[in-house]
Design a protein around this ligand. Structure first.
Ligand SMILES: Nc1ncnc2c1ncn2[C@@H]1O[C@H](COP(=O)(O)OP(=O)(O)OP(=O)(O)O)[C@@H](O)[C@H]1O
Ligand SMILES: [Mg+2]
Length: 182
């Protein structure tokens, strides 16, 4: 398996918790490429999976999450409004495969709120897409996979996506083929 170093071209972005390692990386030249990656990821997800979306403001976390949710909603997804969970912290969707929780922890005031929101329980049976997991670091769920989105300097539309997880993470192993972009 290709094991690139954790990217360091964004010094503002916190490193993942100790022990989490980079598994695969790919370049996403524009928003359409990020949505295409999301569609492939959606096909590989199963109930109980959590994907942590790490990246700066405007990195494309919500863009990625919306494309996953649309893909999981199926034909109805194209016409479904998928609001940002910035203020509500979580939005949930019923999809044929599983309930999907879209969370944005940016405004989390206390890590305990994750329990109040029911997100810890949702992680056991729903598919959870969680923006700003930095707010609950270093307590990232051990079975989750993190997709880190970085913008290389002077390339506003380019993102480098890196799959980060604990060694042996089953979800990361399942998602790794999605990172091989055409
Ligand atoms: N390669 C790319 N992938 C994803 N989004 C891109 C890309 N290039 C440009 N963009 C643009 O960047 C913006 C990303 O916005 P988005 O709301 O998804 O960011 P975010 O990471 O969720 O930010 P926040 O931390 O504020 O929630 C969108 O306007 C999108 O069109
Ligand atoms: Mg967002």
């Amino acid at each position: 398996m290709n094991t690139p170093a954790i990217p360091t071209n964004d010094p503002e972005l916190a490193p993942p918790p100790t022990g989490w390692i980079a598994h695969e990386s790919c370049a996403l030249p524009g928003p359409a490429a990020t949505a295409a990656l999301a569609q492939v990821v959606a096909e590989l997800l199963r109930p109980g999976d959590s994907v942590l979306l790490q990246g700066q403001l405007g990195a494309g976390k919500s863009h990625f999450a919306r494309a996953v949710i649309r893909a999981l909603l199926g034909p109805d997804g194209q016409n479904t409004d998928i609001p940002s969970p910035s203020f509500t912290l979580v939005q949930s969707y019923d999809t044929p495969l599983a309930e999907v929780w879209h969370a944005d922890l940016y405004r989390l005031s206390d890590p305990y709120e994750v329990i109040e929101l029911g997100l810890d329980l949702a992680m056991e049976q729903a598919i959870c897409l969680i923006e700003w997991p930095d707010r609950i670091a270093p307590d990232w769920p051990a079975t989750a996979a993190c997709l880190r989105l970085e913008t290389p300097p002077q390339t506003p539309e380019m993102r480098i996506a890196t799959l980060i997880a604990l060694p042996g993470c089953e979800l990361a192993r399942r998602l790794a083929p999605a990172m091989v972009r055409p």
